[in-house]
Design a protein around this ligand. Structure first.
Ligand code: GRF
Length: 219
């Protein structure tokens, strides 16, 4: 079977990007990363992709004025690489609805909370402030609503006594990497599809997100 083409969009450090790339190289994902795109030309993730020999597309979105026009132009350049999937992996920009419309169902995002709880920023701090006993990460289909699209899969972990935003982030990050890799592999199995705003698993609407188990399988 032919390998899928992934475009990965990033804005910062790029640890999720590195996890995806390792999984592609190890054969855990039957795909190639054909492009790393960024709205932050100086992001460490862009440098890493360049050094890894991956095509990069970096265009500063700061001060771009017309947000929708930037999004349209950027995604048109991404589309020129013919990705099958666009993966937002620490891409810190909400893309304009009409600009993403042709990607709905083929664009996912990884977010560090158990959505629909805590969309947006500072999730670890907000989880602690709310006294939550559990935290986690989600992979969801991207829609025009910030972190609001249907959730495909989640990973959960307990909040421990004495946790800080930093300790939560550090414990969650490796789980997030595994969740993203497992989710992309699952999507490439063609068992799920997004239809009428709902995720269908083998022809049946999913009743809730898949959960990543200890064996790294989604159930
Ligand atoms: C991750 O926690 C991701 O969920 C969030 O931003 C962080 C990016 O980390 N949206 P990295 O750039 O992949 O290391």
């Amino acid at each position: 079977m032919s390998r899928a083409r992934l475009a990965v969009l990033v804005s910062g450090r790029g640890s999720n990007l590195e996890a995806l790339r390792s999984a592609c190289e190890a054969g855990l994902i039957a795909a190639d990363i054909v492009l790393v795109g960024s709205n932050r030309p100086h992001a460490p993730a862009v440098r890493w992709a360049h050094d890894a020999g991956i095509a990069t597309l970096a265009s500063d979105s700061r001060g771009c004025g017309d947000r929708a026009a930037w999004d349209r132009g950027f995604l048109a350049e991404v589309a020129a690489f013919w990705p099958d999937w666009i993966v937002l992996a620490g891409f810190m920009r909400q893309l304009d609805g009409p600009a993403i419309s042709k990607w709905i169902g083929r664009m996912i995002n990884v977010h560090p909370s158990l959505l629909p709880k805590y969309p947006g920023l500072h999730t670890h701090r907000r989880v602690l402030e709310a006294g939550e006993r559990e935290h986690g990460a989600s992979v969801h289909f991207v829609t025009a609503e910030l972190d609001g699209g249907p959730v495909l899969a989640q990973v959960r972990m307990p909040v421990q006594q004495g946790d800080t935003p930093e300790s939560l982030a550090a414990r969650l990050l490796p789980l997030e990497h595994r969740l993203l890799v497992a989710s992309v592999a699952f999507l490439l199995s063609h068992r799920v599809e997004l239809m009428s705003g709902c995720i269908w698993l083998e022809g049946v609407p999913m009743s809730g997100p898949l959960q990543l188990d200890e064996g790294l399988a989604l159930r």
